[in-house]
Design a protein. Structure first.
Length: 486
């Protein structure tokens, strides 16, 4: 069909030339304009002696300009390397040294690190070039490199091909039943795989993606919904929870126009899930499972089916099976879980410049995960939890999420995290870290009574420790390792 997302844009510029492809609070590009701007951007890059195969670091400005430069790399054949908005200089330096980048483009001045170009200046200068299509590049084996977050240590880069990006886009598009008349608002950072891939899915489908820099500017968030007649939302559990708290009335006013909401990056808490169901009774509510290494490999419409631990069915281009600790395929069940393994065309090429690390995870096109789970008779996939996070209580595998979801419903609990704690009799027992709201008095004895009433005996935490804040990544994922190390 296509060799890249950039070629999908060319195709859609012919199908829907005057249709808005991507927009933000300041500008918009139709498909015809987006194609032209990206081709001019590729020619501008070439004028700066960027060659096919060179690495170009682009700061995520969370706007249409960032998308233009992404596609420009695609048209030229350069490798796109995004970094977070206002990323620390040390992190950018680490990434730059790792890939030996040709240049950096952004708003933040990184000129002390590498050849640097201001993004707006680059786009303005590119207007002087023509937008005629030149030679076509076949799909790149290394289209982009997405680096893990963090400001210290050696960054780990996931290498993704054009073919993988197209497969992920198709996984999303088919998974949420996206159509050309979809207009999806994406407030998640495009420097991370989830938001970036949702953008790809819209460009692949011929839909419209509207970009927002988070949701804290509630007025702007709803202005974008109204201006572009948004009918789909892409959220993380953290953003969904925040919107329900600070903008519930606004959501209620637009509930009838929202066709679907897709959720990813972390586990969606039951309370947030139920609130979304109540607020958007007619909308399709999707939860995606996947990783940067194997994007959007499983999808669940939890308005149609909802069961604790279920992550749904394999996406269009993905296959799942369950293996034991020696990576032998097993027949799994709730009573006999194993480790999830996934294969498919959306798979990464490997970790950049790290053959040894790649071989530990990716073997013959199969990604072996640390997620413990099983597949039921209907083909639905369940995840109990990460192998290191699952609590092995007297031989019974307990998912920490089960305990966290119950604990989070207690009045006054702001956030919580459950980790395994070694026990000489039971092997492991649950330990719960709790962050409480300062506005609510917290009675630990009453909290334990509540837990004993609502959890099975083996799931009641053996210890509860109050903590100021539960450590989370920029995507909202709990950093359990930090708490286990305590």
């Amino acid at each position: 069909m296509y060799n890249s997302i950039a070629e999908a844009v060319i195709h859609n510029s012919r199908r829907f030339p005057g249709k808005v492809a991507v927009a933000d609070s300041d500008r918009q590009y139709t498909y015809q304009e987006l194609k032209g701007a990206a081709i001019r951007g590729a020619k501008w890059l070439k004028s700066k002696e960027v060659q096919p195969g060179d690495f170009v670091i682009v700061e995520c400005t969370q706007n249409a300009a960032f998308v233009v430069l992404n596609l420009a790399c695609g048209f030229l054949g350069a490798v796109f390397v995004p970094v977070e908005k206002k990323a620390a200089a040390q992190r950018v330096s680490n990434v730059c040294q790792t890939v030996r980048a040709k240049c950096i483009i952004g708003r933040t001045d990184y000129s002390q690190i590498c050849t640097f170009y201001d993004m707006e200046t680059a786009l303005k200068e590119s207007e002087g070039f023509g937008d005629e299509e030149e030679e076509r590049f076949l799909g790149r084996a290394a289209a982009e490199i997405l680096f893990t977050t963090g400001t210290t240590g050696q960054p780990k880069g996931i290498v993704l091909s054009d073919a993988a990006n197209l497969a992920v886009a198709e996984n999303i598009s088919s998974g949420v039943e996206m159509t050309p008349d979809t207009t999806e608002l994406i407030p998640l950072p495009l420097s991370h795989s989830h938001g970036l891939r949702t953008c790809y899915a819209n460009l692949f489908t011929g839909s419209t993606c509207v970009l927002a820099d988070g949701v804290m500017n509630v007025g702007l968030f709803f202005k974008l919904i109204e201006t572009y007649h948004v009918n789909a939302l892409d959220l993380s559990p953290t953003l969904a929870k925040l919107l329900l708290k600070i903008a519930r009335k606004g959501l209620e006013q637009h509930a009838d126009s929202i066709r679907y909401i897709e959720i990813g990056t972390a586990v969606l808490e039951d309370d947030t899930k139920e609130q979304l169901k109540e607020l958007f009774p007619e909308a399709r509510l999707y939860n995606f499972y996947g990783s940067t290494e194997a994007g959007r490999s499983c999808v669940l419409d939890f308005n149609r089916f909802d069961d604790t631990g279920c992550i749904g069915y394999p996406s269009k281009n993905a296959s799942f099976f369950i293996v034991d600790d020696q990576r032998r395929v097993i027949e799994s069940s709730r009573e006999n879980p194993g480790l999830l393994a996934v294969s498919g065309s959306m798979m990464m090429e490997g970790y950049f410049d790290s053959e040894e690390l790649t071989k530990k995870t990716l073997v013959d096109g199969v990604l072996y995960t640390s997620d413990l789970g099983y597949i039921d008779q209907e083909g639905r996939i369940y995840v109990i939890g990460r192998q290191d996070d699952v609590i092995n209580y007297k031989g019974i595998k307990i998912a920490p999420e089960e305990i966290e979801q119950t604990a989070s419903r207690y009045t006054g609990v702001k956030d919580c995290c459950c980790v395994p704690m070694e026990d000489p009799v039971c092997g492991q027992v649950p330990k719960l870290f709790v962050s409480v709201l300062p506005s609510h008095p917290f009675d630990k004895k009453d909290f334990m009574t509540y837990l004993r009433k609502n959890l099975e005996p083996g799931r009641v935490p053996a210890a509860v420790e109050l903590i100021d804040q539960i450590p989370r990544s920029s995507n909202g994922k709990i950093l359990r390792k930090r708490l286990r190390e305590r």
